[in-house]
Design a protein around this ligand. Structure first.
Ligand code: GLN
Length: 280
């Protein structure tokens, strides 16, 4: 079979399963099946496809047809300036979260050194991206999932920043190590009863541990704020990703714990997505 024929079959199958980006997805999955770039696929679409590559392509298409996100099939996702290793134990890095990296770099650009803590580090995309930007920045990442920490460890090696970061398996409640200039967290913040409204690709495949924010969506955010109040140095900053409808509640929680609200950032969809605050 030639590559183009297999691609056409794949597109048909994805379309029949209501996958919106069927063309692009097929190109990506074919490059995955052949271990070649997408440019190669486009330029060589009339080449013959070996049976074993076709079988692998078919497997990937079937998984995608069930809704499995492309990034879990390729096990990679670009975020900020780097390609991160990911798998089903970690949340897929979101483009909206890059806005947080951008903001943090803006607010810290005059700092000579910085000791950063990330609560719920997952794949490491936020903290690792920031650490790569300045050789004087160091960080600690905590997570309750050892599988997340293992994935993060891979990414640390890939980005060659082993000497700048410590990983610790811990819940934020039981973490008492050190004092930080900056605490970052993108905790699970979806209200339990709203989980069912998430897109199928998300709710069927991404880890609930990284999404489920308890009965009011704020149970993890509350823990992060309470504990950060002890872990942050005076005048240190806390940067939190939040749900589109949590701004007022989270501002309230922050003020009660002695934080000054600097800014609420919007995401690409114009939703409130991040709160920057200072411990006073
Ligand atoms: N932003 C994620 C979503 O849209 C949720 C991430 C989280 O709960 N921290 O599904």
């Amino acid at each position: 079979m030639i590559i183009q024929t297999a691609l056409n079959e794949g597109i048909k199958k994805l379309k029949a399963n209501n996958i919106r980006s069927s063309l692009l997805d097929c190109d990506i999955l074919m490059s995955e099946a052949l271990c070649k770039t997408r440019e190669y696929i486009i330029l060589n679409s009339q080449n013959n496809l070996k049976q074993k590559n076709f079988e692998f392509f078919k497997y990937l298409i079937n998984e995608r047809a069930k809704g499995k996100p492309i990034s879990y099939l390729t096990k990679k996702k670009f975020f900020w300036k780097y390609e991160f290793d990911i798998n089903e134990n970690v949340l897929i890095p979101r483009p909206d979260t890059e806005l947080i990296v951008e903001e943090i770099l803006k607010i810290t650009k005059n700092k000579k050194s910085l000791n950063i803590l990330e609560v719920g580090i997952g794949s490491g995309c936020i903290l690792l991206s920031i650490l790569k930007e300045n050789y004087r920045y160091v960080g600690t990442g905590i997570d309750i999932s050892q599988k997340c920490l293992n994935t993060c460890k891979n990414n640390i090696s890939k980005l060659k920043i082993r000497n700048k970061i410590k990983l610790i398996k811990s819940d934020v409640d039981n973490f008492n190590n050190g004092k930080y200039d900056l605490v970052i967290s993108n905790p699970p913040y979806i209200k339990k009863s709203d989980l069912k409204y998430l897109e199928k690709d998300v709710i069927d495949f991404e880890p609930k541990l990284a999404l489920d924010g308890g009965l009011d969506g704020l149970s993890e955010i509350r823990k992060v704020i309470n504990k950060s109040s002890d872990l942050i140095k005076k005048n240190g900053k806390l940067v939190l990703e939040i749900a589109f409808n949590q701004k007022f509640l989270v501002k309230d929680l922050l003020r009660k714990k002695g934080f000054y609200i600097n800014k609420v950032l919007k995401d690409f969809g114009d939703n409130d997505r991040c709160i920057v605050s200072t411990k006073i």
